[in-house]
Design a protein around this ligand. Structure first.
Ligand SMILES: Cc1cc2nc3c(=O)[nH]c(=O)nc-3n(C[C@H](O)[C@H](O)[C@H](O)COP(=O)(O)O)c2cc1C
Length: 172
């Protein structure tokens, strides 16, 4: 059940010193690939980072978040630079990349892997480290790896549906 993976996922900030197997990484990437996108443009490119020295360098670029160094994989989502000129009145690339990476987090969770979104990054620094051209702004970064479960996590609360959802017409 997809809801099981959704409920299982949490932000993993402690990772085992254990690589992610190629076949599991392939499934995580496949989940992203199958994600929907506006007009099916799939307007993104994902940089998969496994090189230890590069991941160490990325720690500074993500605001010094030290736990990132433990992650065996980083997935860096950027715009593909082709634009979104199909009449949409919203920043479709950001939405599409977020959907793709969220698919990735859920596939990862379903296989016992952990992820953490990294929104606190310096896009220029990330681009410099990964040779990403300026036409391809970085939109989202995920850490990926096996959770170190010796560090128990406390589930973060969510607002009740009654606060998040209204029916038929907007009510405050
Ligand atoms: C867009 C986005 C950016 C985030 N950036 C960071 C980050 O830079 N560092 C971090 O440790 N967690 C980050 N998080 C994780 C959130 O803090 C976390 O999802 C939230 O507190 C709910 O906790 P949970 O994921 O464990 O359910 C980010 C999450 C999202 C969706």
């Amino acid at each position: 059940m997809i809801l099981d993976a959704i409920a299982k996922r949490y932000s993993v900030r402690h990772y085992q010193d254990r690589p992610v197997e190629d076949d599991k990484l392939a499934e995580v990437l496949e989940a992203a690939r199958l994600a929907p996108s506006g007009s099916n443009l799939q307007p993104w490119k994902l940089v998969v980072v496994r090189d230890r020295a590069t991941i160490r360098a990325m720690v500074h670029a993500v605001g010094g978040q030290q736990f990132v160094e433990q992650a065996p994989v980083l997935l860096v989502g950027c715009k593909n630079g082709k634009g979104y000129n199909v009449g949409h009145r919203y920043d479709g690339e950001i939405i599409d990349i977020a959907i793709a990476l969220d698919h990735a987090t859920l596939q990862a969770a379903s296989m016992g892997l952990g992820t953490c979104w990294l929104g606190n990054y310096d896009g220029n620094e990330v681009r410099a480290i990964l040779n990403i051209p300026s036409e391809n702004p970085v939109v989202a970064i995920l850490a990926l790896g096996y959770p170190d479960e010796t560090h128990p996590h406390r589930p973060r609360p969510r607002k009740p549906l009654s606060e998040l959802v209204c029916w038929e017409k907007f009510t405050g």
